[in-house]
Design a protein around this ligand. Structure first.
Ligand code: FES
Ligand SMILES: [Fe+2]
Length: 372
């Protein structure tokens, strides 16, 4: 397994950006222990509905706030309002991470009695955290889609694909990987281009697809407009059998290990303003097809050796540009322009037409505006 250092990504081990950490539907008043970015966390939903993400370890004597289950603190209800009590001696921490009650002591609460509270947002059915090794404010808005609230679309349920022992660099490589689309996915690519702009990495592609539009991979066209919104969240607009939007999130757990989620938002096939039961059945089945297609990538990543020095030939996508784009997230914000100066622009592999104007811009811009 290779590390961020092995890939020469930059000063930080884990990138800056918004990352999915949980399925909203699974977050309740029972605290969960999570591990991301090489750190341990406690996650729970307070009585107000607010989702709270705290550093896991109590400053008193180092207990994990979310793990112990037999303590009477836990049996009596560990989450009070939006606060959480440590199971060992009952210190209570509010949603901002400050200790506001030590049940057995009259002395003033020490100022250092606090844990870090992380900025989280609930969007698209998920919980997202802003991670920044420099501790800065979010550089762009958390991912969102106008279609999510549109009742003529069927909201997704996440495929939680669990842990993948693969550095996220290998996953990001996919955005520029034109030449895997035919052999791996059965696509007959007719146009392909990448655009790197700020925190967005865009891929515009059109052609047949053996899983998602027609078994022969030729007789129907699938147009995909795929955007990485920062280093951890991909949204891909598909126009083919059903208008739909793929969601893929990968979040580093430790250096070289990620957690992966997949989902598909599908426009109701009935065309009704509110999706009905059969639309939901069709959407779930289409998500299964999309998952099957994604599993083809997943199977490669799960078993490949690290690609530290690719041997690229003409016809391969602009991998070096994609890697330059990705480095901005592993380095101080003040150095971002160095990487953007190398990466920004529109590129197509040699001999491959770029996107026709009709396929360029509109969908990417809509997605970019929605996601900030
Ligand atoms: S270790 Fe948390 S209250 Fe003592
Ligand atoms: Fe792929």
């Amino acid at each position: 397994m290779a590390t961020s250092k092995d890939y020469g990504l930059g000063e930080h081990t884990f990138p800056r950006g918004w990352f999915m950490i949980a399925d909203s539907a699974k977050v309740d008043s029972k605290p969960q222990s999570l591990r991301f970015f090489g750190q341990d966390f406690a996650l729970y939903r307070g009585a107000s509905g607010r989702v709270v993400l705290l550093d896991a370890y109590c400053p008193h004597m180092g207990t994990h706030l979310a793990c112990e289950t037999t303590s009477f603190v836990v049996q009596d209800g560990r989450v009070e309002g939006d606060s959480i009590r440590c199971p060992y001696h009952g210190w209570r921490f509010n949603a901002d991470g400050k200790c506001d009650d030590i049940p057995y002591s009259d002395a003033p609460i020490p100022r250092a009695a606090k844990v870090k509270s992380w900025p989280v947002e609930e969007r698209l059915g998920g919980v997202f955290v802003w991670h920044d090794p420099e501790g800065g404010e979010p550089e762009w808005a958390a991912p969102d889609l106008p279609e999510w609230q549109d009742k003529s679309w069927v909201q997704w349920q996440f495929d939680d694909l669990g842990t993948l022992a693969c550095h996220p660099q290998e996953i990001i490589d996919n955005i520029a990987d034109c030449s895997h689309l035919g052999p791996l996915h059965g696509s007959t690519v007719q146009f392909f281009e990448n655009e790197f702009r700020g925190h967005l990495a865009i891929q515009r592609q059109g052609g047949g697809h053996r899983t998602l539009v027609s078994a022969d991979g030729k007789s129907a066209m699938l147009i995909t407009d795929t955007v990485y919104h920062g280093p951890g969240v991909l949204l891909s607009h598909l126009t083919g059998m059903h208008d739909s939007i793929i969601f893929i999130a990968h979040t580093p757990i430790d250096d070289g290990v990620v957690h992966v989620w997949h989902a598909l938002l599908v426009k109701a096939a009935s065309g009704l303003p509110v999706a009905n039961e059969s639309d939901i059945v069709a959407a779930r089945a289409y998500q299964q097809s999309a998952l099957w297609s994604f599993a083809q990538d997943f199977g490669i990543w799960a078993n490949k050796r690290p690609n530290l020095h690719g041997m690229y030939v003409s016809g391969d996508g602009p991998h070096r540009k994609a890697r330059a784009w990705y480095k901005q997230f592993y380095n101080p914000r003040a150095r971002k322009q160095e990487f953007l100066a190398e990466a920004e622009g529109v590129y197509s592999p040699q001999g491959m037409p770029g996107a026709p104007v009709a396929a360029r811009g509109e969908m990417s811009l809509a997605a970019a505006v929605a996601a900030g």
